[in-house]
Design a protein around this ligand. Structure first.
Ligand code: NI
Ligand code: MN
Length: 228
């Protein structure tokens, strides 16, 4: 791969990932109050874009503070963006499920997630994201159960990297996430949303075993990253 294809994915714990490419993109920055966070909110610098899948505290997290501190663009569901504006976020890109927007040359699509969403003074719907970075297509599923339209997501967007929750209780567990892998057909799969609390304790190596040869499972500990 040449430099134009360079992409690094860093796992910051729970569902938070940083994408390093031409632009720096952080997804679901739950750092304050996150026992597994590898960085403090104050250490998040020069972020171009903040993506939020839904309003729950373990996803919206520090998004508003980080967007304000870095003057980054906040990309989220319409209702969350409106809330963020009342909290002083100036650069926003509201969207909704099925839509695709271009943010500083990066194509971002919002996908469905079968999950709830609420935040201080509002409700909305949970979502996931497809992010096009160079030659790579990253699918961050957000919080969700498995749903058959993941096949459609696989067919339309052809993500080569899928980031899926495996923690069970609040999202899919290992059995369902392994089925999601079949529907999405990504070359690489990265598990998330496990091990943060006892309530979502799952063994990622069991997930790797369940997936078998169908996708390369990349297990990242908070603070670790992988380049593509
Ligand atoms: Ni949630
Ligand atoms: Mn969650």
């Amino acid at each position: 791969m040449d430099n134009g294809d360079y992409m690094k994915l860093e796992f910051l714990g729970h569902s938070c990932f940083m994408i390093y490419a031409d632009k720096k993109i952080i997804i679901d920055p739950f750092l304050s109050g996150n026992p597994s966070a590898s960085k403090k909110m104050e250490e998040i610098k020069d972020v171009d874009m903040v993506l939020v899948t839904h309003g729950h505290g373990d996803h919206l997290g520090d998004a508003i503070e980080i967007a304000k501190m870095n003057n980054s663009v906040l990309v989220a569901m319409y209702e969350i963006v409106n809330y963020a504006k009342t909290k002083g976020v100036e650069k926003v890109e509201p969207m909704n499920i099925g839509g695709t927007i271009d943010v500083m040359g990066i194509k971002v699509t919002m996908t469905n997630a079968t999950h709830s969403s609420d935040f201080e003074g509002g409700v909305g719907h949970a979502s996931g994201f497809i992010v096009n970075v160079g030659d790579h297509v990253v699918y961050h599923a957000g919080d969700t159960g498995v749903f058959y339209d993941m096949k459609l997501i696989g067919e339309i967007y052809r993500p080569d990297i899928s980031i899926l929750p495996i923690g069970s209780r609040f999202t899919m567990g290992i059995r369902e996430a392994a089925k999601a892998v079949d529907l999405l057909r990504s070359e690489y799969t990265i598990p998330m949303h496990y091990g943060t609390y006892p309530a979502v304790d799952q063994d990622p190596y069991e997930f790797e075993k369940a997936v078998g040869e169908r996708s390369k499972v990349i297990i990242l500990r908070p603070g670790e990253s992988v380049s593509f």
